[in-house]
Ligand binder design. Structure first.
Ligand code: FES
Length: 172
């Protein structure tokens, strides 16, 4: 009995000491192919990965110059933007509700207290204290990997690098 317990402990310890081996939330997650992401983005929707609890959205190349002026956009986040994408954590930065996508407004809108974020997760309205938190994203071999072990805080209120306005009726 105790031998079995120690074995299980050893496996858990090894997983802890070797974070690269983790594939669940809290580790590096292959969220899918660029082709599948482009299919979702082509229908004006984010590409969602449930394991990563993350929306992948496109970042417009034309706005990279604006993004580089925002100190909250750290080098790992900018690298993802330069590859054309942003990985947004679904958890509202107000009190933690899951924020759904609103197809008509083309914004993320939180049903709990009405915080709203534009397509790239910059705060537009409501009580949220900043934009949506996010993860570093890399593209290799046609697949996207994000690092959910290192939450990068969203940009401050007032950040508006893309100028994207509400595109239709709000959901909330
Ligand atoms: Fe999203 Fe309060 S938890 S607005």
């Amino acid at each position: 009995g105790s031998g079995l317990g120690l074995g299980a402990f050893g496996v858990a310890a090894l997983a802890f000491l070797w974070p690269g081996a983790s594939t669940g939330f809290g580790g590096k997650i292959n969220v899918g192919s660029v082709a599948d992401a482009q299919t979702a983005i082509g229908s004006k929707q984010p590409f969602y990965n449930a394991t990563a609890k993350t929306y992948i959205v496109a970042y417009p190349k034309a706005d990279l110059g604006n993004a580089k002026k925002v100190s909250a956009y750290t080098p790992p986040i900018l690298a993802g933007m330069e590859a054309g994408y942003v990985a947004l954590y679904q958890k509202c930065v107000h009190l933690g509700c899951r924020v759904p996508w609103c197809q008509s407004s083309q914004w993320f809108e939180c049903p709990c207290h009405g915080s709203k974020y534009n397509r790239v997760g910059e705060k537009k309205a409501g009580p949220a204290p900043r934009g949506l938190d996010r993860f570093a994203l890399t593209v290799a071999g046609g697949n996207m990997t994000i690092d959910t072990g290192n939450i990068q805080l969203g940009p401050p209120i007032g950040t508006n690098t893309t100028g994207q306005q509400q595109e239709g009726p709000l959901c909330v």
